[in-house]
Design a protein around this ligand. Structure first.
Ligand code: RET
Length: 250
């Protein structure tokens, strides 16, 4: 059972996500037709998180494991929204077109690889949360952290190189968003260790409050940063660019 304070915080999270989704939908009306897809992903992130917070605020998506509350809905939210957030960055960093043949296959493997590593990170994080046996728990935590490093490595490596190769405002926007995403995402594994699934340094209420704050920042604030950045782009840059992905294409 959640306390009324905990429920209130989850309702605030729910309202924030809903307002974020509405704000992004409103902003998308200013976007030219060829750039609306950038807004769809950020809208979907907020809409999915709204639903997860709605479930949790009503006491659903939470199960009792080893005498404490495990927020299943949170992991389901992350499993769906983190690939979309990465997708948002990929759609900026990677050129709209690659060459044909191997370049296209390399691009596909890069996209599938980073999204796959991200989903694996969330699933192994959930396993760590559910398991009580400390060595096994922290083993899964370490595996999840390795997957996280792979995600960051791809975003800071080949995708950043591809963004640099596009130059100008695309590179500038990518270079603005990637550090913000990286710093925010690094807070999650730290909070996890301090919270009820890890060392219990922070109690459940504190954990719910801090997760709600970073969730709102990583989804709503980041989404608004991305969407306003897209609106500031010259139209031609993000629509068609026939160059291969720098550092990836042979
Ligand atoms: C866990 C615990 C295991 C180790 C690692 C984690 C990383 C989680 C991350 C979550 C990001 C969530 C976002 C949500 C919505 O916006 C699963 C906490 C590395 C990075 C950005």
């Amino acid at each position: 059972m959640l306390s009324s304070t905990q429920q209130t915080v989850l309702w605030i999270g729910c309202a924030g996500m809903g307002l974020g989704a509405i704000a992004i939908a409103a902003l998308s009306r200013q976007a030219p037709r060829g750039q609306k897809h950038h807004f769809v992903m950020s809208f979907a992130v907020c809409a999915l998180a709204f639903t997860a917070y709605y479930a949790m605020a009503n006491g659903y998506g939470i199960v009792r494991v080893h005498g404490r509350e495990e927020f299943f809905a949170r992991y389901l939210d992350w499993f769906l929204t983190t690939p979309l957030l990465i997708g948002g960055l990929l759609m900026i960093g990677l050129p709209a077109r690659t060459g044909s043949g191997e370049a296209a296959r390399e691009r596909l493997s890069l996209v599938a690889g980073v999204i796959g590593a991200d989903m694996f990170m969330i699933v192994t994080g959930l396993a760590a949360g559910l398991i009580d046996d400390k060595p096994v728990k922290y083993g899964f935590y370490a595996i999840s952290c390795i997957a996280f490093l792979i995600v960051l490595g791809v975003l800071w490596g080949p995708v950043r190189q591809a963004a640099q190769a596009q130059g100008g405002s695309v590179a500038a926007l990518y270079n603005r968003l990637t550090p913000v995403l990286s710093v925010l995402w690094c807070i999650y594994p730290v909070l996890w260790v301090l919270g009820t699934e890890g060392t219990k340094t922070i109690n459940l209420t504190g954990e719910i409050v801090v997760f709600a704050i970073i969730d709102l920042t990583a989804k709503v604030a980041f989404g608004l940063l991305l969407c306003t950045g897209i609106l500031g782009q010259p139209r031609t840059v993000t629509t068609t660019d026939p160059r291969p992905i720098a550092g990836v294409a042979a």
